[in-house]
Design a protein. Sequence first.
Length: 315
Amino acid sequence: LKDKDLEGLIAVRAGEPLQLEQLQSSLQSLYATGEYSNVAVDVEAQDGQLVLRFLTQPVYFVENVQVEGVPGPPNAGQLQAVTKLRLGAKFTDADITSALENLRDLLRRNGFYDASIEPHVQRNLITQQADIRFDVDPGKRARFDGLVISGDAGHPDSRIIRVTGWKGLFGRLNWRPVTEARVLAGVGNVRQSYRDKDFLLAKVELTKLEYHSDTNTVTPTLEIEAGPRVEVRVEGVRLSKGKRRQLLPIYQELAVDKDLLNEGIRNLTDYYESDGYFDAVASYDQTKSPNGEQTITYTVQRGPRHRLVSLEIAG
């Protein structure tokens, strides 16, 4: 061994009989230093004696990660983060395989279905650090080419396409390029459109993004169940639509149950108490029609408004 600091870790001694326990202890001691990713021993018989060679592979740590060649989105930070190669963390060849799969998945979600990635790893044996670079040839970003709608949407396909924003200028121009943010925003826009029309129980789910390699286009599939209309009223006070959506959790949760309705009572009471109406009380009434539509009426009685008339400080 060239490194004198490691000699004390080797239990085997020259000129002594070789004991299996000593050999195992030596390997474990070397591995326990944390300096090696793998430790093995080669034993060779020469002139009636045994020659032992300890074979080690040093541990490398991530020093730098770069992903080059991708026009955003995704941006450089997203590309680096998705590799899961953290600076200062231990690095193995298996990390490259995982990073490549994560990068391909992110690129596909942003419309780069034909991207090719070439990894490069530069190891510094002295510092035990590794520089990793991924050179990406992204190819051409795919575009939307239509929309498949399943379920009972309750609206014409043309209106839903216009709401998604996946087609330019309110659905009148060509289909737009695919990005992850655009896909998520489109689904969110459809959900919001139902909520704006009081379909609070509407279910909108993206079930498929079908890629067509011959045309480099993508067809999303949305499963939509409009559900019954849920009309919400607030009586006894003047409350803006925006404040109503902020205070009543049925709008955030897109569900109607007893717990959420009671939470709405507490929120309304707290809101008016914070404005000086300390005697405010609220209640709700829920009615359902034969076709499943619901009407939820909150009634608020504020009572007199309290005002601060004096303040005394003693002591």
